[in-house]
Design a protein. Structure first.
Length: 142
């Protein structure tokens, strides 16, 4: 998809969330879309500031909080004492290497059936979940 079409999609996404289109919001969406790994707020700020956006650190944090509240992004806590962010999309989980920090997506988890079972057995409505696996990647096992 071309850059022009992506920007149109970002604008539509913001409009559907009742948010104004700003250069900083577009830069955050673009950067999250370009990266498959969940990103820290700091790395997002560094990138956006490097793109010469007038956004300061507080603005980026407000954008991330707003995007999270609107369901545009997911906020993950991967045992680092900080949040990481990624665009909401296809349901997936993460494999996190405790040695090198590599993060890999895993999408062939059958968690939806488990959620239904929880609902039936516990009379509980699951609205969202977080599931991460911590261990050693194949490179760090050698």
């Amino acid at each position: 998809m071309g850059n022009k079409q992506l920007m149109k999609n970002y604008r539509l996404l913001l409009e559907n969330a009742s948010l104004k289109t700003t250069p900083a919001r577009l830069a955050v969406l673009s950067f999250l879309n370009e990266n498959s790994d969940p990103l820290s707020a700091e790395s997002i700020f560094d990138h956006v500031a490097g793109e010469h956006s007038p956004a300061d650190r507080a603005t980026i944090y407000r954008i991330l909080e707003t995007f999270f509240q609107k369901g545009i992004i997911k906020r993950l806590e991967l045992g680092e004492g900080k949040y990481r962010y990624e665009l909401t999309g296809e349901e997936h989980h993460h494999l996190i290497c405790e040695s090198c920090g590599k993060i890999e997506d895993i999408s062939d988890c059958n968690i939806s059936e488990f959620e239904k079972e929880i609902g039936r057995k516990k009379k509980f409505t699951v609205r969202r979940h977080s599931l991460e696996f911590f261990g050693l990647c194949s490179d760090c096992q050698n």
